[in-house]
Design a protein around this ligand. Sequence first.
Ligand code: NIG
Ligand code: FE
Length: 418
Amino acid sequence: MSLLIRGASQIVTPLGTSACRKEALGQLTVLESAVVRCEDGRIVWVGDSTEHDRRFPKADQVLDAQGGCVLPGFVDPHTHPVWAGSREDEFNRRLRGESYMDIARAGGGINATVSATRTASSEALTQKTLNRLDTFLTHGTTTIEAKSGYGLDLPTERKMLEVIRDADAEHCVDLIPTCLAAHEVPLEYRDRPEEFVELLIQEIHPQVAELDLAVAIDAFCEEGVFSLAQTRRILADAASYGWRIHLHADELTPLGGTEVAVEMNALSADHLIHVTDAGIGALAESDTVAILLPGTSFFLRTHYAPARKMIDAGCAIALATDFNPGSSPTESMPTILALACLNLGLTVEEALTAATLNAAAALDRADRLGSIESGKAADLLVLDAPTYHHLVYHHGVNPIRHVVKGGKVVVRDGRIEK
Ligand code: NIG
Ligand code: FE
């Protein structure tokens, strides 16, 4: 099957197969009078329209961009998309002055979602996840990293990872599964956290590995959750199964999780609101991508990660939603890009690279995803606007007109093609 996208005002993309740093982060290629041709799910031509017509036969299908800007599909490298219940009550409590951690200590927070998720059926969780994937897709996201972590026991962590596997099979958005059984210490282990770490290592990890339900591990390394020593044990065990590592690091306090992530050769260290200069130095010297989550700072009304300092130091940065019911209930990457520009101090060009090519690098997929180049997956967006700046500038609305996933038009005029 071949698809030709023509009629674009501009085709805009970062280039390459690895994360961009420093000045390169802001360097986008902008092509005018150009077309993109996709064959069997991959991009086979990006360039001049007349030249294309000379070289290739007529395409099976044509998508007319009608003067819209064409971009790579967003890759969202940090999401928690499977859960039951909701936490709007906590949102209002926080507005009245309680902190995220106060609420968590009182049995709310992650543990509130854990009880709702433990009792939900797989069918109900799958349906909720599929509905959320529809929202990701209509807002331009074509691949997500998907974490478990609202089970904190073997049956529910397994159930969540199976939901992620089934949703990936059913939905056109690709889900890359991460086991986050170390998301919080469950209430029944509150007085004996070391025993919960044993449970992770003796029972949960071996079962997840045997069923091949995850390609990566994550943990919430935070004061009052998992210490540096516990995090090291959990990650080292996971590495023995060949899983890659992501880490919730230095989110609420400067504990030093970033350095642990780098030391363990993690794919990413995430949040980094309180990253220290030593953490920034370690990241800059490493291949670990710094995934910044400005939606969480916005929603928790806290500080923002020192993004400019990190870029200047040479860290590879990516952007993600952190989509979850407690600290960032949005599937919208356009919203995250706007927050990245307005509150992290990125330019529109930097934000776009961070949400596409660098986000793919954070998932070890930059060889296949994240830019509009021959050989890469044909995951593309057409904006309802003539230039890429509108993506951020015209904020608070959904700027995505069409979405192409694996060479197929899956969203047309804002609606999912069923
Ligand atoms: O990334 N920090 C830990 N995990 C999530 C919050 C999850 C929740 O509140 O349900 C985060 O912010
Ligand atoms: Fe998270």
